[in-house]
Write a protein that binds this ligand. Structure first.
Ligand code: HEC
Length: 433
């Protein structure tokens, strides 16, 4: 091992901080072994489906007892994904021509300061999905333009499919019961957005937990936060959920976003407990629509980029990021807007990102049909909403990729794997000198 790691030098200490950090751009990844995973399209195979409707009943019984998915499904990702993506009881709105699986190569390294997680996957489309929804002027008003491909408006042809590519990681340090066996399936429930038996607005408005935490829909949650884990409506009291959190009973959720974090060299930092939550502080992205007027708050700085807005024919030609403090200026309502003018619905800022939500940095590129993403995660994070990575640690991890203009369940997912930093695991992080 010594010999191998000695070759991964390129260590230019960028560290004006405490621990010495490698320059992630100079790590020699050819010296770091790659773990090849097959991510598959899961459709609406939820926690509840796994327990109650799993084929033949046998799978359901064992899975309800907490048995590992891979105990029965090892090597079956391709069969599962190819079957589910076509449509059927578990996929009511199939996307025509969508791939059933994505091959994801995962590499990991670490030094005294950070873990470096590198991912490579091929996109289905001949472009990296860096576009996200826009605000578009229709001659009278600014309205959202572009939706994810599972949405009816896209399937009907009323709107184009526009949504950023994403790479997501869930991390458990062994404190979430069952995560080591069933991974992400603990968090994915009926009733959530785009899942079977999706919530109604009235149900959410009447729900004590969701009103207490000021949420207007249902997203990922962990079983322990509900008195009946199979019913999102049965949330525990906020004080009891806080106790679960203090005991570490949450999973970390890191998302690299091709429109909303990539332009500023970051990945977001969230966690899943009673909801899919952002960590404390401030994300690197925020909405660009004014709440009352629905007009954009910022537009492009014409002096810097040559235009204030784009039109649909410019989509997929170059980058269209709106970055506060770099290429954006306050929106001018009297600039002679024409029908069809478009301004991004989100704005990013590295400077605005703060606190625990701003922990993760990232370097990425899309080339020859493939994304390469390196996520840089500091070791030793002591925040109440982070899983602390450390030398010698072993973690249960799940991966997901949102490819080709899609969100919610339209991702490809992995069964749970282990990640070890200087410890035995399926994905072994190599120690950098
Ligand atoms: C005890 C064994 C067992 C366990 C554990 C198990 N399954 Fe299954 N699963 C099955 C069997 C058997 C089938 C039916 C196989 C077939 O149709 O070829 C199945 C089918 C499926 C399908 C395909 C459904 C379809 O309509 O094509 C999915 C998706 C699935 N399982 C997901 C999971 C997930 C996720 C887990 C873990 C949370 C899991 N399974 C755990 C046995 C199991």
């Amino acid at each position: 091992m010594m010999k191998q790691t000695a070759m991964i030098v390129g260590v230019a200490a960028m560290a004006a901080g405490t621990a010495l950090a490698a320059d992630p751009a100079r790590i020699d990844w050819t010296q770091v072994p790659a773990t090849k995973l097959t991510l598959f399209f899961p459709g609406q195979a939820s926690y509840e489906w796994v327990r109650n409707d799993h084929k033949g009943g046998k799978g359901a019984k064992a899975a309800a007892g907490g048995q590992a998915c891979e105990k029965c499904h090892e090597g079956e990702e391709k069969d599962l994904g190819d079957a589910l993506v076509k449509g059927g009881p578990l996929e009511p709105t199939p996307v025509k021509g969508k791939n059933g699986t994505i091959d994801l190569a995962v590499q990991a390294a670490y030094d005294a300061a950070n873990a470096y997680l590198r991912f490579q996957w091929k996109t289905q489309q001949p472009y990296g999905g860096t576009e996200h929804q826009y605000l578009r002027y229709d001659g009278k008003e600014w309205k959202v333009y572009g939706y994810p491909k599972l949405d009816k408006v896209v399937q009907d042809g009323a709107q184009p499919g526009i949504y950023e590519d994403r790479l997501a990681i869930m991390i458990d340090d062994g404190k979430v019961p069952g995560f080591s066996k069933q991974g992400c399936w603990l968090t994915c429930h009926d009733g959530s957005r785009d899942m079977a038996k999706q919530f109604t607005k009235e149900q959410v408005a009447a729900n004590p937990l969701l009103t207490a935490i000021k949420k207007s829909d249902v997203r990922k949650y962990l079983p322990a936060t509900r008195s009946d884990p199979t019913d999102w409506k049965t949330g525990l009291a906020v004080a009891d959920i806080a106790k679960i959190k203090a005991a570490g009973g949450f999973v970390d959720l890191i998302q690299w976003r091709a429109h909303r974090s990539y332009p500023v060299g970051m990945a977001d930092d969230g966690h899943v407990l009673e909801f899919r939550l952002a960590d404390a502080g401030k994300d690197m992205f925020s909405g660009n629509a004014d709440r009352s007027t629905h007009q954009p708050k910022l537009m492009w700085d014409e002096k810097k980029v040559g235009y204030r807005s784009i039109t649909a024919d410019a989509l997929r030609k170059g980058d269209h990021f709106l970055i506060a403090g770099q290429n954006a200026v306050p929106f001018d309502p009297n600039a002679g807007w024409k029908a069809g003018d478009m301004i991004p619905d989100y704005v990013t800022s590295r400077e605005a990102a703060a606190g625990s939500a701003a922990d993760n940095k990232a370097i990425a590129s899309w080339k020859d049909g493939m994304w390469t993403v390196v996520i840089i995660r500091p070791l030793g994070l002591a925040n109440a909403d982070d899983k602390m990575l450390k030398d010698g640690g072993v973690y249960n991890v799940g991966f997901a990729v949102h490819d080709d203009n899609i969100t919610t369940r339209g991702h490809h997912v992995s069964f749970v794997k282990t990640l070890g930093l200087g410890a035995e695991a399926e994905i072994k992080a190599v120690k950098l000198p």
